[in-house]
Design a protein around this ligand. Structure first.
Ligand code: IPM
Ligand code: MG
Length: 370
């Protein structure tokens, strides 16, 4: 690497800019403490971009994202922009999906863990949730989100027909399966692959491909397949039985919200979406880092959004984007200390606002040796 790591920050809509501001404070302080040179540029995405430019993601933002080492995203969307209809692919009406496609970030890593201080904030008995540590590996650039054709048409009987296609090619399943197996090797060595191979053709291809990659290339990793409907029940009932959960774009989206229950709130969950498998030690250029939660229009502008999902996304940026896992562990340790001290924003049943939680994380970070 020559010079600094370039970070593009795209706050997006509603609470997105609020949590990205918190994430950037943590990013700057951590970079200083660990001697990681970073340069940050900010721009618009989603409804904020639509209001100014008439598009949800400009070509200029795509160009900046392509040049960046890492992109931090808040959240996009809101009722103001829900009724805007543009014919064509989803990338026209959703800036985030355009960015994912333009960057070909297909490997979405979405971890969730049971934080000791938050066990009582979950709906679980402690013995069911204690120690839970899950990673969803979500295929993020194919499947039903992007299959063509898609659209709607008027039928002669006056009804409207709306449709999309769930499609996968072998190579797309192979590459995400490898990401899941690689991730499992660095964890507890267990992958559960999710599909609806009982009803979907793309699900059958998914299952046979994951099975083959596992057998031929990762015999050391234990692999199980579960039908998606049963998986939702099995993971919710006994989350400790699972390690890496591998899903296609849609099923990965669903299960990544479900596993937030073990952390106490969706506001806790970070993500890293990479254009390759995560590499131990070496930075991966062009990853997109974002909290898993949405733009939460109901609480925007009040300064009470939980910044921890964004802050932990910055930790993932240090680990994967900058190849600095020590900084990632320091941020996670600071979040843990803050939670142990009893601070919690309203989504976790507490009263601490965004600024208070963020400042507490910065203080804890500052007290750590780098
Ligand atoms: C996510 C979100 C997005 C998705 C939306 C905002 C397009 O739910 O990142 O999980 O469905 O991928
Ligand atoms: Mg989602």
């Amino acid at each position: 690497m020559s010079g600094s790591f370039k970070v593009l920050a795209l706050g997006g809509d509603h609470i997105g800019p609020e949590v990205v501001a918190a994430g950037l404070q943590v990013l700057r302080q951590t970079a200083d403490q660990f001697g990681v040179p970073v340069e940050v540029e900010e721009d618009l995405l989603g409804g904020a971009s639509w209001d100014l430019h008439g598009t949800f993601c400009t070509d200029a933002v795509v160009a900046k994202a392509r040049a960046a080492d890492a992109i931090l995203v808040g959240a996009v969307g809101g009722p103001e922009w829900d009724s805007i209809r543009i014919d064509g692919p989803i990338t026209e009406t959703d800036g985030l999906t355009r960015l994912r496609i333009e960057l070909d970030v297909y490997n979405a890593l979405r971890p969730a863990r049971a934080w000791p201080a938050l066990l009582h904030r979950t709906p679980y008995r402690w013995e069911v949730v204690e120690g839970v540590d899950l990673l969803v590996v979500r295929e993020n650039s194919g499947g039903i989100y992007y299959g063509e054709p898609r659209g709607r048409e008027m039928l002669s009987d006056g009804q409207v027909r709306a449709y999309e296609i769930s499609e996968y090619r072998t190579s797309e399943v192979e590459r995400i399966a490898r990401c899941a197996f690689e991730a499992a090797r660095g964890r507890r060595g267990h992958v559960t692959s999710l599909d609806k191979s009982n009803v979907m053709e793309s699900g059958k291809l998914w299952r046979e491909t994951v099975e083959r990659i596992g057998r031929d290339e990762y015999p050391d990793v234990e692999l199980h397949h579960l039908l998606m409907d049963y998986a939702l029940f099995a993971v919710a009932r006994a989350p400790r039985n699972f390690d890496v959960l591998l899903g296609d774009n849609l099923f990965g989206d669903l299960i990544s919200d479900l596993i937030a229950v073990v952390s106490g709130s969706l506001g806790m969950l970070p993500s890293a979406t990479l254009p390759s498998a995560a590499r131990a030690g070496g930075p991966v250029k062009g990853g997109l880092y974002e909290p898993t939660h949405g733009s939460a229009p109901d609480i925007s502008g009040q300064g009470i959004a939980n910044p921890i999902g964004a802050i932990l996304s910055v930790a993932m940026m240090f680990e994967y984007g900058f190849g600095c896992p020590a900084a990632a562990r320091a941020i996670e340790g600071s979040v843990d200390s803050v939670l142990n001290a009893g601070l919690a924003p309203p989504d976790l049943g507490g009263t601490a606002d965004t600024g208070t939680v963020t400042q507490a994380v910065l203080d804890s970070l500052g007290s750590r040796a780098s």
